[in-house]
Design a protein around this ligand. Structure first.
Ligand code: MG
Length: 274
């Protein structure tokens, strides 16, 4: 595996480029090194509570320079799907404010259960960022789903880690609540984020690359590695996130490295050996 086997390298964010507000070893160096080698780079995340611009600023604050155009989030993927499916969708947003920002001028935001509604978006709720789960708001979403609206899920994540330890319910878990309550058929559900094929296909179309010429670097076997492998990407697992070395050894992954510094050293060694 050499760098010129690839046209693009995709990096997961949390657990790969940073964790708990701090850049992980080699994060900015790896991006620079790949850009110097002429590769396209992009960052991928199952975050729907922040826009690409906000995520770019968060990375900049940690010393990682990534323009907003190079960040693809599950929230953006959900918005892309809504705008492709309906000319001017009527959306009930049961998620963070970022979705409303991304839909501004392109959709009607439904606010009550007596308005027409095409799609209910269900995304991350977290006490930490001030978007707590609200039962009354959830019931408005449920009423729309029971009357025939589609469900757009931020991602399939069961839980997500929060700063200081512990977890909160992921969008996938909240989605399961709505799917069960409304007895939703699969054809009315869109799962926007990783590891869904649509997420990676949209991103590759944006980057104008084929999945087989992509290297995906992530810390999560379920959402990163399995998702990339399904589309034929080469997948590298870093041990700076949620996966232990023992779990990595038992998994179907092309390459396991300690961190991004180790990944870049590996490519440098291979180039030097040629
Ligand atoms: Mg991660």
């Amino acid at each position: 595996m050499r760098l010129n086997d690839f046209d693009a390298v995709l990096f997961d964010l949390d657990g790969t480029l940073y964790h708990e507000g701090v850049a992980l070893p080699g994060a900015d160096d790896a991006l620079r090194r790949l850009q110097r080698a002429g590769l396209r780079t992009a960052c991928i995340t199952n975050a729907s509570a922040r826009t690409s611009e906000q995520l770019s600023q968060t990375l900049a604050d940690m010393g990682i320079d990534v323009p907003s155009e190079a960040i693809y989030s599950s929230g953006q993927a959900a918005v892309d799907w809504m705008l492709e499916t309906w000319e001017h969708p009527r959306v009930y947003n049961f998620g963070g404010a970022a979705i409303a920002t991304m839909l501004e001028g392109k959709a009607t935001l439904v606010t009550s259960d007596d308005q027409p509604c095409d799609v209910v978006f269900v995304g991350t709720h977290t006490r930490v960022e001030g978007v707590p789960f609200n039962m009354d708001r959830a019931l408005v979403g449920l009423a729309h789903l029971r009357r025939g609206a589609h469900l757009a899920l931020g991602c399939a994540d069961r839980v997500f880690p929060i700063a200081g330890g512990g977890v909160e319910f992921g969008s996938g878990a909240l989605g399961a609540l709505f799917i069960y309550a409304a007895n939703l058929p699969e054809e009315r559900i869109f799962r926007a984020g990783k590891p869904g094929a649509a997420f990676f296909e949209h991103l590759c179309a944006r980057l104008k690359v084929t999945p087989r010429r992509c290297l995906l670097v992530g810390d999560n076997l379920e959402s990163d590695i399995a998702g990339g492998k399904r589309l034929g990407m080469t997948c590298a697992l870093v041990l700076t996130g949620v996966t232990s070395r023992a779990e990595a050894q038992a998994a179907d992954v092309d390459l396991v490295v300690e961190d991004l510094t180790a990944l870049i050293n590996l490519f440098d060694e291979q180039d030097a050996a040629r």
